[in-house]
Design a protein. Structure first.
Length: 362
């Protein structure tokens, strides 16, 4: 398949700068997921790669060939959109073969390509059906199959599961993961706002924010070692808790005093920050109820509890600044409004940020 490179890519609409300084190398066989808040430019970036949006500045190359001015049809790219965009009067087979017929492929080539795609996507029983006789998930598989038959260099997915209900999203997400495994050399770029899709499908995740790339890494790298507070709170659900603290000691291990007590955190860059305010981060699922006699460092007065069976999600009363803590505790915890919980976490599960940047990376 293909290697794709973006160097100093930017997009502007008149004086409005949407994206800038996008530098990204995508290797052959990767499944890269773009995530970010609404309006961050992830779909715009995908459309620039496809050739549907003009690149304002910078360079896009696929397998070393500059693509900035190359028409979409000549980029070797296939795109799957949110809407299935199937021809309602055509059968599944005809929908999948349409582009190949336009390209004047031979009958044998077309039959072979459709048979391969139908087998991969388990569409063989449905080839003679019209789209109206298919479920939403099956229609999306046809849309994907229409891309596969073209044998493109790069597959682009623009929120392909957003129109499906929750159960179908799970099933189709699994099918896309299986599709990627069956096509290990295929290069795919996938846009989504769904963290679960990003965490389960991606080789690497690209987090976009503020018109640029906030962090690139494997799903677990972003979860375990966020480089800044935006990624820390964007990746993970519920979001990471952040609380103010003061650095009271530095060295191999840094001590931070919070409103609830003093805690040790691994922050090797904190030597010059003694006496300064930092933000201490802890994920809700890393909080635990402290053993008897152990003083927790998280001040927590219960506002609302959600008992989900396998976990109990507990929300604290908001502080004077309006921020709220969340704890995701295993099992069923019986609490009521006003209860005070003594919460703590292991030092290796804590994060420290200064000026919005992780002290692991300063």
């Amino acid at each position: 398949m293909a290697e794709l490179n973006l160097k100093d890519v930017a997009k502007a609409y008149g004086e409005v700068q949407v994206l800038s300084n996008i530098n990204l190398d995508i290797k052959t066989g990767e499944l890269i997921v773009f995530v970010g808040p609404s309006g961050c430019g992830k779909s715009t970036l995908l459309r620039m790669i496809a050739g549907l949006e003009k690149i304002t500045s910078g360079t896009l190359t696929i397998d070393g060939e500059r693509m900035n001015d190359m028409p979409p049809a000549q980029r070797g790219i296939a795109m799957v959109f949110q809407s299935y965009a199937l021809y309602p009067h055509m059968t599944v087979r005809d929908n999948m073969t349409f582009a190949l017929k336009i390209a004047k492929k031979s009958k044998d080539e077309i039959e072979e390509a459709v048979a391969k795609a139908a087998r991969i996507l388990q569409l063989e029983p449905y080839l003679d059906r019209l789209p109206k006789a298919l479920s939403g998930g099956q229609r999306q598989r046809v849309a994907i199959g229409r891309s596969i038959v073209r044998d493109p260099k790069v597959y682009l997915f623009d929120e392909p599961l957003s129109n499906l209900d929750a159960a179908l999203r799970v099933a189709t997400r699994i099918e896309i993961a299986q599709l990627k495994e069956s096509m290990p050399d295929s290069t795919m770029i996938y846009v989504t706002h769904d963290q679960v899709e990003a965490m389960t499908l991606a080789s690497r995740i690209v987090v976009l924010a503020g018109g640029g790339i906030s962090q690139v890494g494997t799903p677990l790298e972003l979860y375990e070692r966020p480089e800044n507070t935006f990624v820390a709170q964007f990746i993970g659900s519920p979001a990471m808790n952040l609380m103010k603290g003061t650095v009271t000691g530095a060295g191999a291990h840094t001590t931070v005093r919070t409103a609830g007590g003093e805690v040790t955190v691994h922050a090797p860059s904190a030597d010059s920050l003694v006496g300064e305010t930092v933000e201490l981060g802890v994920r809700p699922e890393d909080l635990t109820i402290a053993d008897d006699g152990v003083v927790g460092f998280v001040p927590f007065e219960v506002e609302i509890s959600e008992r989900l069976g396998d976990v109990t999600v507990v929300y604290s009363r908001a502080d004077e600044g309006g921020s709220q803590m969340v704890a995701k505790l295993p099992g069923i915890i019986h609490t009521k409004r006003g209860d005070k919980l003594n919460l703590t976490a292991l030092p290796e599960k804590l994060h420290a940020f200064h000026g919005g940047t992780s002290l692991h990376y300063l």
